[in-house]
Unconditional design. Structure first.
Length: 168
């Protein structure tokens, strides 16, 4: 697996990953996380992915010559309390469904950890959908994160998770 920086030319590939994940969630009857509409038709979501790509915050995992997953890192979202120490925040983590079970998400999170260390941060945080059976929260916990503060954006239930990083 190769992980490379993403750029403006990769926006379509990331939106395709997000559309695939949304369709998969809809097929499972799990519409609470991202709703039912494709990301590629939502101007706000297109703008967000474009901003990550243009600002150097987007990273792509490649398997078999294809984009298998995407990671965006940077600052915490406005609805999240600010950190009290230097951190790197995971703004997006998505894996193509055809690559599920191949460690793409774990590799991208390892990449985020390395980026945090390079920047002198010893804290990695992420937020995710905290509703339904909290399966996504469980995924991040299996990746070494600890759930801290639940929150809500309107009716949408979220969960903040943290991971302390050791030097090196």
């Amino acid at each position: 697996m190769d992980i490379t920086p993403g750029g403006p030319g990769d926006v379509g590939a990331v939106l395709q990953l997000l559309d695939g994940a949304t369709a998969w969630l809809v097929g499972l009857g799990r519409t609470g996380q991202w709703g039912t509409e494709p990301h590629s038709t939502n101007p706000r979501r297109i703008a967000r992915v474009s901003e990550w790509a243009e600002s150097g915050r987007l990273h792509l995992a490649h398997l078999d010559g294809q984009v298998a997953g995407a990671l965006a890192v940077g600052d915490a979202m406005p609805y999240v309390p600010p950190a009290t120490e230097p951190e790197l925040y995971v703004n997006l983590l998505v894996t193509g469904r055809e690559y599920a079970g191949r460690g793409v998400g774990a590799a991208l999170l390892d990449h985020a950890r390395a980026l945090a260390r390079e920047r002198g941060a010893h804290l990695l945080r992420v937020d995710c959908y905290g509703g339904d059976d909290r399966a996504l929260v469980g995924y991040y916990e299996r990746q070494g994160f600890t759930a801290t503060d639940p929150f809500a954006v309107g009716e949408w239930p979220g969960q903040i998770l943290v991971q302390r990083l050791r030097s090196g």
